[in-house]
Design a protein around this ligand. Structure first.
Ligand SMILES: Nc1nc2c(c(=O)[nH]1)N[C@H]1C(S)=C(S)[C@@H](COP(=O)(O)OP(=O)(O)OC[C@H]3O[C@@H](n4cnc5c(=O)[nH]c(N)nc54)[C@H](O)[C@@H]3O)O[C@H]1N2
Ligand SMILES: Nc1nc2c(c(=O)[nH]1)N[C@H]1C(S)=C(S)[C@@H](COP(=O)(O)OP(=O)(O)OC[C@H]3O[C@@H](n4cnc5c(=O)[nH]c(N)nc54)[C@H](O)[C@@H]3O)O[C@H]1N2
Ligand code: SF4
Ligand SMILES: [Mo]
Length: 796
């Protein structure tokens, strides 16, 4: 696009700042970005949030890093002594240092991380960073999966063989009932919020499970004010009411899940045909018609298959007592009757009954979960328990349920072929949590710190960061600081010098998405949206010497001798490779900034379609939804998700009587944007929400500065009253470090005295045993008054 300095143009675009990727129209005048406005013709363009509207302030932000810099003083020195260097110097230095580390110690000793694509424009380039990592030979990637992706993407891979609910999205357009569980799209994904509002307007029912009455919870037919961290019990309670009333889809359960499969009481394993002396490893059910065991056949919903009861199964080794999976699961649910669950979760028993009935009567059910459930010491169990509740509805991939959306075919360019299985197996954390994120090449931050500081299981010496903020977005900032300071070499690519970049050897300036091209194949929220392929055009020239992350990856690859795996540094060739299966060419997309629409329609219940060997089924070992997971059992975990209370709770720590959780802010993405005047003006201070009763008991007035203390640390914030919270629940906000000098708003140290870093108060000591998920959403604290005046703070 020609950037004519004198004219005013509007360009079809989209905002890439967060997971919503809102369709937008940009106004450019005299080569400057003037405005971003919603584009109602775009499937995600009904509205923009304030961050999107502040795009020009972000592009022309004086706090941006505009040139490559190298440190000249030791790590940990308050002044890194940044020295400006050229791109050639910077990239050659980075390439040389990384290559040397790989040669001397092995490529696994260099970890890669990126900002989450849900909270940044890394969605444009994360696949290229992953390709670079694999071409380089490292199995260690950190994308905050233990805090953000585990519950939505990975936990249900063990039961459904699919990334439910994030990859098997709620079909909001056709849902009869929408369940938002620990998810507040009004703040976090505007396109989902507008679609939910439209669904409610056409009559869909809405249920919200959230400790706060925030966002769409205010419009919900049922708002369940759950005690933080007790969601798993609530899921079991709702399941119990559904099972007790016969509101479950028994045909789906018999045909497509392992509900009818018999479990041996002697060893807890699933009974197999071979146990009966028959051939094969088919699961076995009990036929009440035959009064005998019978191998299960996928897709057959024989009503005679027992779902309940206990049977003595004759085998060549003698009778084996067995029970169907459904019976075992029902028993766990029955232990979680509404009265018991009320005591655990604070959700009234009659509301649990009502909500289960609402789910049943207003099906199909579409659900979405996110942060509220991810950041928990029982994250796996909660995610699985909600998945199992969902299985009861039989709405998986049904119109109006959670659907595997049709996609425009595209090539996977993440370079899986470059990494050998032996190298993959070296992801740190795999030795302690073999089923956790490390099984998917994602290294938890705590495992990276351990590898850096203790050399366990081997020493990590290098770090390549495209965005991200390990010091503040993850728990235990002190550990992050120690680990980052101990690295041999660290390169960080960012828009600004954030508290993690402060420890880097080299920092490279990234361009904003408004200055770069971005290819998006599918906008995810519906079949129609998924059919849109758009190449976001650069709206203006990058400020200073900033460059697109993707260009940096390609350039670096070439300099590290990996050019062959990167189309000799030709990014266009890489994008063409992605697009090849779609039949859409890059030139067409460049000429049509509004994108190309491929008509797509959802094919329901694809699991029932014929495959080479009977029905396709699910991508699990048994091709059934594995309510009972032999894989989890084999690794010493509960095969069915029983409820475990949060590992850190006030009853463990009497000096900390309040339960601490947190939530994101509509104005800010994670640890970003506090330097944007148009945003900071609206929320200048780090807030903490508490019930007026809790405040009164501590002599705290609204607007007072308070100190929040936990067994792990302390942090400061400004009291805000929220009457919708339980009186003993406190909700903070992470991400406060950056000053906004234009409006005189201060910055805060990332760690130590005077910090406003929520995550400095959370430890890595009590985490989810399966995934390592950290309880940022269910911890304990006490809050004490500092006073009305802003405490002494430091300036940048
Ligand atoms: N404006 C904005 N948008 C964003 C982001 C951002 O930082 N700012 N970040 C992006 C990213 S990376 C992500 S992961 C998504 C996340 O998007 P969301 O998951 O919607 O994020 P939150 O608002 O933090 O959390 C959702 C809700 O969980 C509730 N909650 C807290 N504790 C619990 C609990 O124990 N149980 C239950 N059931 N609920 C609980 C909170 O009160 C909150 O309303 O948003 C993306 N979009
Ligand atoms: N207490 C608490 N902690 C949380 C959460 C929470 O809800 N509560 N949420 C967690 C979640 S869900 C997530 S995903 C993580 C997120 O953690 P991170 O992914 O580390 O996100 P940020 O902290 O926002 O750091 C993003 C950094 O990337 C830079 N950046 C932004 N855009 C770009 C870009 O296009 N290119 C480059 N190179 N850099 C860019 C920003 O300037 C910023 O410095 O935080 C987690 N931490
Ligand atoms: S919700 Fe806001 S920040 Fe996210 S893509 Fe839309 S306009 Fe951009
Ligand atoms: Mo996230």
């Amino acid at each position: 696009m020609a950037l004519d300095a004198s004219t005013r143009t509007t360009v079809a675009s989209y905002c890439a700042l967060c997971t919503s990727r809102c369709g937008a129209v940009a106004t450019v005048e005299g080569g400057r970005l003037k405005a971003l406005a919603p584009d109602p013709s775009h499937p995600t363009g009904k509205a923009l949030c304030l961050k999107g509207k502040m795009a020009p302030e972000m592009v022309y932000d004086p706090g941006r890093l505009l040139h490559p810099v190298r440190r000249t003083r030791p790590k940990g020195d308050p002044d890194p002594g940044w020295e400006r260097i050229t791109w050639d110097e910077a990239l050659d230095l980075v390439a040389a240092r990384l290559t040397a580390l790989a040669a001397a110690h092995g490529p696994e000793t260099v970890a890669f991380n990126t900002a989450s694509p849900s909270t940044s424009a890394l969605s444009d380039s994360r696949h290229w960073v992953v390709r670079l990592r694999r071409a380089f030979g490292s199995p260690n990637q950190s994308t905050s999966y233990e805090l953000c992706g585990w519950g939505r993407w990975m936990a249900n891979l063990y039961s459904f063989g699919a990334a439910l609910p994030a990859g098997v999205m709620p079909d909001l357009e056709r849902a009869g009932c929408i369940l938002l569980w620990g998810y507040n799209p009004t703040v976090s994904r505007i396109a989902h919020a507008t679609a939910t509002v439209a669904a409610v307007a056409r009559g869909a029912k809405l249920i919200a499970v959230d400790p706060r009455n925030a966002g769409l919870a205010r419009r919900a037919d049922e708002w369940l004010r759950v005690r933080p961290g007790t969601d798993g019990a609530l899921a079991l309670g709702l399941s119990h009411v559904m099972i007790r009333n016969g509101w479950h889809d028994a045909a789906f359960l018999r045909a497509w899940t392992n509900a009818p499969a018999l479990v041996r009481e002697d060893d807890g394993r699933l009974l197999r045909a071979a146990d009966l002396g028959l051939e094969g490893d088919a699961l076995v059910g009990w036929s009440t018609a035959l009064g005998a065991p019978t191998p299960l056949r996928l897709g057959e919903a024989d009503p005679a298959l027992a779902l309940t009861g206990r049977v003595e199964v004759p085998t060549p080794d003698g009778p084996v007592p067995c029970r169907p999976v459904f019976d075992l699961w029902s028993e766990i649910c029955a232990r979680h009757d509404p009265a018991t669950v009320e005591a655990l979760t604070d959700v009234p028993a009659d509301q649990i009954e009502r909500t289960a009935e609402l789910i049943h009567t207003s099906r199909p059910l579409a659900y979405m979960t996110w942060s509220g459930l991810e950041q928990q010491s029982n994250a796996t169990q909660s995610a699985l328990a909600i998945g199992l509740l969902y299985a009861l509805t039989g709405d998986y991939d049904a119109p109006g349920g959670n659907v595997e959306l049709p996609v425009v075919p595209q090539a996977d360019v993440q370079g899986g072929e470059f990494l050998s299985p032996e190298q993959r197996a070296k992801t740190v954390g795999r030795e302690t949590r073999p089923l956790g994120p490390a099984a998917f090449e994602e290294a938890n931050s705590a495992d990276i710190y351990r590898a850096i500081l203790e050399g366990e299981p081997y020493r990590i010496r290098g770090l390549v960061s495209f965005g991200s903020n390990l010091v503040m977005a993850h728990a235990d900032g002190d550990a992050a600081v120690k680990a980052l300071a101990a690295l041999d070499f660290h390169v960080h690519v960012d828009l600004r010098l954030n508290p993690a970049a402060a420890f880097a050897d080299v920092v490279l300036p990234a361009a904003t998405p408004f200055e770069t091209e971005g290819l998006k194949v599918g906008f995810e929220i519906s079949a129609e949206a998924n059919g849109l392929v758009q190449l976001r055009r650069p709206l203006v020239e990058p400020q200073g010497e900033a460059r697109a992350d993707a260009e940096i990856v390609f350039d670096l690859a070439r300099r590290m001798g990996l050019g062959e795996r990167f189309w000799d540094g030709d990014l266009d060739a890489g994008m063409r490779a992605i697009l090849a299966p779609s039949g859409i060419d890059l030139e067409t997309l460049r000429a049509r900034p509004e994108g190309v629409r491929v008509p797509l329609a959802h094919r329901p219940r694809k699991y029932a379609e014929a495959g080479p060997d009977g029905p396709r089924g699910f991508a699990t070992p048994s091709r059934r939804v594995e309510l009972y997971s032999q894989t989890l059992l084999d690794h010493g975990h509960d095969p069915l998700p029983d409820y475990q209370p949060p590992l850190v709770a006030p009853r463990h720590a009497p000096r900390y009587p309040l339960t601490l959780t947190c939530a994101k802010d509509t104005l800010y993405c994670e640890t970003q944007n506090r330097g944007v005047p148009g945003l900071r003006r609206r929320q200048p201070d780090p807030p903490v929400d508490l019930h007026p009763q809790a405040a009164a008991a501590r002599g705290i007035a609204e607007g007072d500065w308070v100190r929040i203390r936990t067994p792990h640390g302390a942090s400061q914030a400004r009291a805000r009253f929220d009457r919708t919270l339980a009186p003993d629940v406190v909700c903070g906000q992470h991400g406060w470090w950056e000053p906004c000098e234009e409006i005189g708003a201060p910055g805060y140290p990332a760690v130590g005295p005077g910090n406003a870093n929520f995550n400095a108060m959370i430890g890595h000591d009590a985490v989810d045993p399966l995934s390592g998920s950290v309880p940022l959403r269910a911890y304990v604290c006490e809050v004490e008054r500092i006073g009305p005046e802003t405490p002494p703070l430091i300036k940048r």
